[in-house]
Design a protein around this ligand. Structure first.
Ligand code: PHE
Length: 342
């Protein structure tokens, strides 16, 4: 066989072999076998020595073209194999995260998600609509719209993460949704808004810079503090799995008037006094109040006609109580031993 013929048949043979290879490993081996330092192409080209200069040039050029063509074929095949591998992985590892979870297959629901699910459940049964809270919001929604103007000292109650130059902030409270809810609904309004909020806090066992709240809002004719008390008692009794009582103490929040701190009777000692309630029989749990007329007005609702209540429940604290978790930082910790307990 002439050198040129050998080259042509090496080309044809290699191209059809490459097209059939289906693993990257084989491809690497075969590439070495053909194009490697001691490969078949080099082997054939050893025969060049015996040719005239003229012939050398012609065959050499042909050999280079074949080398380029085969090299491109190897690269192309490699890409196809990689793509096929990815497609296979996608097909076999596909998970539909929207499928309802099962408690029997060894999976776990994060304690905060469990508490949120339970809270949503109770409120949905009471006719509330569930919204999602914004994590990035405007200075207006977070503060001005809920009766905290720029000059108000209450702005300093929440150490805020400001987003440079944009007028936006990381939501410091789910109350940042109040204005949106009021503007986009007409009374009667019954809404809960679970969400993640952020404060520039010094972190310790009970303070995190990232935590979860549920805002609750009811607006209708004749809403009074009794509706608030009933609603929170119902929710807390459900969450703790036993009837609890509540009491209210005055508390200041610019968006409510009157503002209250709602304490729950301690579900662990039924109000007798124990380590968890520090012997007081009560646990401070939910800041709340009647929605301030300024907030209603800013939301386009006439405070002469309507009234409402709002509360802002800290879910981390509730989950800590419910599950006996003594360090708030565990909620953001991917510690599998912690998470497996739920
Ligand atoms: N937004 C308040 C906070 O984060 C809680 C609150 C909500 C109080 C609604 C009263 C009414 O501290």
């Amino acid at each position: 066989m002439s050198l040129a013929d050998s080259l042509s048949s090496l080309r044809a043979e290699s191209l059809s072999a490459i097209a059939m290879l289906s693993s990257e490993e084989w491809l690497v081996d075969y590439r070495n076998e053909i194009l490697g330092k001691n490969g078949k192409l080099t082997e054939i080209l050893k025969g060049l020595k015996s040719l005239s200069d003229e012939e050398k040039r012609g065959v050499g050029k042909h050999a280079n073209e074949i080398r380029d063509e085969l090299s491109a074929a190897f690269d192309d095949r490699k890409t196809r194999i990689e793509l096929a591998d990815i497609e296979r992985a996608i097909a076999s590892e596909y998970a539909d995260v929207t499928i309802p979870y099962s408690r029997t297959d060894g999976s776990h629901v994060h304690p905060l998600a469990r508490v949120r699910d339970e809270i949503e459940d109770v409120f949905v049964r009471m006719g509330f609509r569930v919204y999602e809270s914004d994590e990035v919001t405007t200075e207006y929604a977070n503060f001005d719209a809920v009766n905290v103007p720029a000059t108000h000292p209450a702005r300093d109650m929440q150490d805020t993460f400001w987003l440079e130059g944009s007028g936006n902030v990381l939501a410091t409270q789910t109350s940042c949704m109040q204005n949106h809810i009021l503007r986009t609904n007409t009374p009667p309004i019954r809404a809960i808004i679970p969400g993640r909020v952020f404060r520039n806090e010094a972190i310790d066992a009970t303070h995190e810079n990232t935590f979860y709240q549920v805002e609750g809002m009811v607006v209708d004719r004749g809403i009074h503090i009794g509706h608030l008390k009933y609603t929170l008692e119902t929710m807390l009794s459900e969450i703790f799995g036993k009837p609890v009582r509540t009491r209210m103490r005055p508390g200041f929040f610019p968006f409510v008037e009157p503002g209250v701190e709602v304490d729950s009777s301690c579900p662990f000692c039924d109000g007798v006094g124990c380590r968890i309630c520090k012997q007081s029989g009560w646990i401070e749990l939910v800041p709340a109040g009647l929605i301030h007329p300024n907030v209603l007005r800013e939301g386009g609702i006439d405070p002469e006609v309507y009234s409402g209540f709002a509360f802002g429940l800290g879910m981390n604290r509730l989950a800590m109580l419910k599950y006996g978790v003594d360090n708030i930082r565990l909620f953001l910790d991917p510690d599998i031993d912690f998470l497996r307990q739920f």
